[in-house]
Design a protein around this ligand. Structure first.
Ligand code: ATP
Length: 538
């Protein structure tokens, strides 16, 4: 699937728009249109229902070491600045960037790709920020220009076939930066904190600086005690939160994949240290199953365990659920969700002060004065087992997902082109979004075959019955029925209900399945049950 086709469908049919488009857009910010908002809400609601409100506390689920409880939270986006000092985001949450001295452009060091080329006795690395499918053409065009060659002399360029990223290049003086004309214009990589700063209150001094949260997780840690004290949850239990997060990404790109404002769906699962590994494995598999159950099946989805070198300092296990997004080079996958075993790092940091990742066992990081560099809250965030009286700091398993990335993956997976017969039975090309019925923005469309003979009245009655049953449906009486079907296929509506001549005789309507194109008849009065059952069973 070519990404442009999906991007254009998303815009044309109202899934996604560039933010502030009439002013030229703002890089890294996206708006969800009338259909996009429904799709994303359905994804978030499926997550909340499957993970929180629909979780059965009394049953031991497949692969789980025991039963467990789940609760939810909704915390603020701006929190006490000390939260980010103790979490490590203030000191550590950065990417490396490079600036181009010639063009004043800024790039994320690890995201600039390019390839080596030799001509006229000189070897240079041509860097590019072009989309993957245009990389070859872009580097070729720029190399020709640099070596002052014409297009017909392209065979004088001798290329290394493999593309690689800037960190793999050890001679910066040979790099032709993405928009530059001369070599060696990039600064050495520098750290750049990804947190957005803001000011709280009217005075606006340095001490009033606060941050927009770069993740939702910390709200859960700092409320750990509140949840324990206000509910009857006992370990093991999970606390879920979804909401906006903000990261000042250096190079937002690939549609919504890397945005500056996005939404996360995170769980912090608190358990005993001695069986935390088994819970980690449970969550890794449970989360993978959630995506496959909703239709991200097949070889484009994978679960990848991190190698030991890749693990963050305190983590004893991390796995990513990854999807082969069509904008990535063949064989590459992009992260949809990370599941990390975080040990007791977060609760201890908020209790005692930020821990030093380099120490074993972990100790509080000290400043030059020998005192904790970032002081914790001093509050007791340990857990006391009421049955055994034992006191301990729980270990944490964190499944951390992004709802925008999930939405993008479901959009990519849904996109299909095939053929369907028109009214005359002639095969016509169609674009069809094969969303799982639970996620589809519209569950059914209702059409009167023609706008007369009492058909619209019957169709409108069915429409109202479905709306009253809280099923999101769409009524359409305009144009040829074949065109109406195709418009619904293109936005992924799983069922179309048509009122026709038969309906007036025997009260039955036709239901058409989006994927199999199969058609069958049911009583008009049974439409609510039929659609509800099919959407829920799917
Ligand atoms: P990446 O390496 O892609 O920047 P990350 O490892 O920093 O991601 P986490 O901090 O683990 O990501 O965040 C958890 C989830 O939040 C990610 O799996 C992703 O779904 C989502 N996410 C993170 N950054 C972004 C972003 N800039 N735009 C959209 N979603 C994001």
């Amino acid at each position: 699937m070519e990404m442009e086709k999906l991007v254009s469908l998303c815009r044309r049919r109202g899934f996604l728009f560039q933010s502030s488009e009439i002013y030229g857009g703002l890089n890294g910010f996206w708006d969800y249109g009338p259909l996009g908002v429904e799709l994303k809400r359905n994804i978030k609601e499926a997550w909340w229902r499957d993970m929180v409100t629909g979780h059965d506390d009394l049953t031991v689920h497949d692969g789980a070491p025991s039963t467990y409880e789940m609760a939810g939270l909704d915390c603020t986006i701006i929190m006490h600045p000390q939260v980010w000092k103790c979490s490590g985001h203030y000191d550590l949450f950065h990417d490396h960037m490079v600036d181009c001295r010639e063009t004043n452009r800024r790039y994320r060091f690890d995201q600039v790709r390019g390839r080596w080329v030799e001509a006229k006795g000189e070897r240079i690395f041509v860097a590019t920020k072009a989309e993957v499918e245009e990389e070859v053409a872009d580097t070729q065009r720029r190399a020709l220009k640099y070596f002052n060659l014409r297009a017909k002399d392209a065979d004088r360029l001798s290329w290394d076939d493999q593309f690689c990223t800037l960190p793999e290049v050890d001679s910066p003086e040979q790099v032709l930066a993405p928009d530059a004309k001369t070599l060696n214009t990039l600064t050495p990589p520098r750290e750049f904190n990804l947190m957005f700063k803001t000011t709280v209150g009217a005075l606006g001094g340095e001490e009033d600086t606060a941050f927009l949260r770069p993740e939702t997780a910390q709200g859960i840690f700092v409320n750990f005690k509140n949840v324990l004290d206000s509910t009857r949850v006992r370990i093991p239990f999970g606390v879920a939160q979804m909401g906006k997060s903000f990261r000042n990404e250096i190079t937002p790109r690939n549609f919504t994949f890397r945005s500056r404002e996005f939404e996360q769906m995170e769980i912090e699962f608190f358990c005993r240290p001695d069986n935390s590994r088994a819970w980690y494995q449970y969550w890794r598999d449970r989360r993978m199953r959630w995506y496959t159950d909703l239709g991200l099946a097949g070889e484009r989805l994978q679960l990848r365990e991190h190698d030991v070198e890749e693990l963050s300092h305190y983590s004893t296990g991390t796995a990513d659920i990854e999807y082969a997004f069509p904008f990535l080079p063949a064989g590459e996958y992009g992260e949809l969700e990370g599941i990390a075993h975080r040990g007791d790092f977060d609760l201890r940091s908020h209790m005692e002060g930020k821990l030093d990742e380099k120490t074993r066992p972990l100790e509080v990081q000290l400043g030059d004065d020998g005192k904790p560099k970032w002081r914790g809250s001093g509050k007791d965030l340990t857990y006391r087992d009421e049955l055994t009286g034992e006191k301990f700091t729980p270990h944490v398993i964190e499944p951390s997902a992004g709802s925008d990335r999930a939405t993008l993956a479901f959009l990519c997976e849904a996109y299909h082109e095939d053929e369907a017969p028109d009214e005359k039975g002639k095969m016509q090309k169609r674009t069809v979004m094969k969303f799982h019925p639970r996620l589809a923005p519209i569950k059914a469309a209702i059409f009167p075959l023609v706008k007369k003979d009492g058909m619209p009245e019957v169709a409108q009655r069915i429409y109202r019955d479905l709306i009253q049953a809280q099923i999101h449906v769409f009524y359409d009486e305009k144009g040829a029925v074949g065109r109406r079907y195709r418009r619904q296929d293109e936005v992924g509506t799983p069922y179309c209900i048509t009122v026709d001549g038969e309906t007036l005789k025997d009260g039955s309507v036709t239901i058409r399945d989006r994927d199999s194109l199969e058609q069958w008849r049911v009583k008009a009065d049974d439409c609510v049950e039929e659609i509800r059952r099919r959407v829920e069973l799917a």
